[in-house]
Design a protein around this ligand. Sequence first.
Ligand code: DOR
Ligand code: ZN
Length: 352
Amino acid sequence: MQSLTFTCPDDWHLHVRDDRALNTVVPHSARQFARAIIMPNLKPPITTAAMALAYRRRILEAVPEENHFEPLMTLYLTESTTHDDVRAAAESPYIHAFKLYPAGATTHSDAGVKRLDRIFPILETMQRLDLPLLVHGEKTDPEIDLFDREKAFIDDELTSIIKRFPALRIVFEHATTRDAVQFVTEAAPNIAATITPQHLLYNRNALFEDGIRPHRYCLPILKRETYRKALIAAATGESRKFFLGTDSAPHPQQLKESSCGCAGCYTAHAALELYAELFEKAGALDKLEGFASFYGPDFYRLPRNSGTITLEKRPWQVPAHYPFADQTLIPLKAGECLAWKCIGKSEAPPAS
Ligand code: DOR
Ligand code: ZN
């Protein structure tokens, strides 16, 4: 049987939610990844170091005993974020970045930023204290076509942020377009991007395959095939600016399968298996380790993991659903067959 062993990976963009939901989703991630950047878009959002540290403890309680898993916390940037908030984050060994949600861009983004110039003084402090900015890169003006929001954000917002704060480390989260790939590739080394499995797997036709597919709906929305190909080329190419970030975003079945369904694909149940299949199809399995395990920690200036992960080429069927607090969670590719199966991590001491 073909098998694959490489340095233990990390997930650089993950939603785990809170309370009892943690008990389903945290073990899925902890089985495959050593660390994950935890998104702060709870209700209310995680805006202070104290909130992040309490949230981190709740996440750790949901980690199975047999796994090491380190949640890397982030804070939600608002127009009320203070310089003291930034300083407290910079001083904490557990907080690694701020997340910028333009208001209205996605799930729980109503507390996000309406006018970017209002947070420029905060970005200045982040730049000085070397705290990375993670961006949901979509411009939300209602007259901008949904499929053009990413390019509009790059042209109208990101370019000026970078000009004003040239040393600020920025992760362009969940890149979905050729424009984003090109922009990040040509930008300075302090600008990088994460790429999700769903944007590598599907083009926008997949939203309407034999009917509407709510479990493939996420934001930024799936894009055209030429863009999917550009993402595959970026993820499997030579650049060290693109790394793994699942954006796994669980929602209860009834909120997805609804007349106004919410955005988010759940992929943590099979994250690495999905990426492995994609990299294999692209003839680039040898590039998976860099994307999944090296370029992320290098960008965040954290040590690479010392343990390993093993996958076997062994077909398995994704469960139709998982329990999710007292509700149900439908994973991406529910009921479908995947080619690779994650056997587990070797539990070397966690990276510090
Ligand atoms: O599809 C998404 N779901 N995109 C996001 O940016 C947020 C996420 C969520 O939290 O559900
Ligand atoms: Zn996200």
